[in-house]
Ligand binder design. Structure first.
Ligand code: NAP
Length: 294
């Protein structure tokens, strides 16, 4: 129910992300002062999806901000599996390359899982190689998937209590839903993982102290899904046309309603998105340190 004059505290992913980048930049500058080379991230971008192009541009900009070399390898939208495989093998073998990112989604004709599996797990800075996801399950993570890592960093930074809390995750992708469920459970939340076949989704969501939404459905989650005082993390990024025909980014959560009931909420843009980018850079630095010492 709406509470008069109540407004949730914003979990400011933009601000925290810049803080993380400042800390990282200082560490990288220390390395450079000791005459080490800069870390290096290689991004494989296939096709001309406008959203992917924006994401890659933002990632490269953040790399530059942190003294990380960011290289983009562009492929046409009809590129073959073998073209991409050859590039990944070349980057796997290049000692100057620390991290490899396959920008998703790939065009439909390409087998995403098979392509992700080709990346050397030590250079898998997106944390999506089956080996790294397996280590996550085994309580021995190497490189965390960036978006769940960013969400956990945000929750922990704002001291959101997780132990003993009920968490509901909506969306079960390998990219977000499944790994964030594992990470929340590791911090002793009790997690329900929901999807498009879940009956009475609003009732389950309404029981949750922590609600993580990663559906890709613009403004789907309204007040009916929210418990008073909940913490709501909106992972969704949707491009819609507003009334004047302009493109606009929205989340999966109807911010104007939900922020009047929840105690904490992430905005879109400025919430999980920037955190994802900063975790990519943290993973790249981790991979770089391991690469230097090998
Ligand atoms: N902020 C960031 O950095 C970031 C990073 C990654 C993704 N994203 C965004 O997060 C969203 C989700 O991404 P994703 O890759 O996880 O998407 P995805 O692979 O398409 O998965 C969407 C999930 O939502 C579930 N779902 C869809 N409609 C539903 C409904 N009506 N009721 C209940 N569940 C429903 C689907 O259920 P089924 O499994 O049953 O189909 C699926 O599990 C997208 O908007 C994406 O752009 C943002």
């Amino acid at each position: 129910m709406f509470i008069d004059n109540h407004l949730a505290t914003i979990l400011d992913g933009q601000k925290l992300s810049l803080l993380v980048q400042e800390e990282l930049k200082a560490k990288i500058n220390e390395k450079i002062a000791l005459n080490y080379r800069k870390p290096s991230l290689d991004v494989i971008l296939v096709g001309d999806n406008p959203a992917s192009q924006i994401y890659v541009r933002n990632k490269i900009k953040a790399c530059l901000n942190c003294q990380i070399n960011g290289n983009v390898h562009n492929f046409a939208k009809d590129a073959s599996f073998f073209d991409i495989k050859a590039k990944i093998i070349e980057l796997n073998e290049n000692p100057q390359c620390d991290g490899i990112l396959i920008q998703l989604p790939l065009p439909k004709h390409l087998p995403s899982q098979e392509i992700l599996s080709l990346v050397n797990p030590d250079k898998d800075v997106d944390g999506l190689h089956p080996y790294n996801l397996g280590l996550l399950l085994n309580d021995n993570p190497n490189l965390y998937p960036c978006t769940p890592y960013g969400i956990m960093t945000l929750l922990n930074h704002y001291n959101i209590e997780l132990e003993g809390k009920l968490a509901c995750v909506i969306g079960r992708s390998n990219l977000v839903g499944k790994p964030i469920s594992i990470l929340l459970s590791k911090q002793n939340a009790t997690v329900t993982l929901c999807h498009s076949k879940t009956p009475d989704l609003a009732k389950i969501a309404r029981s949750a102290d922590i609600l993580i939404v990663a559906m890709g459905r613009s403004n789907f989650i309204n007040h009916e899904f929210i418990k008073n005082g909940a913490c709501v993390i909106d992972v969704g990024i949707n491009y819609i046309e507003d009334n004047s025909g302009k493109n606009k980014i929205t989340g999966d959560v109807l911010f104007s309603e939900v922020s009047k009931i929840a105690d904490f909420i992430t905005p879109v843009p400025g919430g999980v998105g920037p955190m994802t980018v900063s975790m990519l850079l943290k993973n790249t630095f981790k991979a770089y340190e391991k690469n230097l010492s090998s």
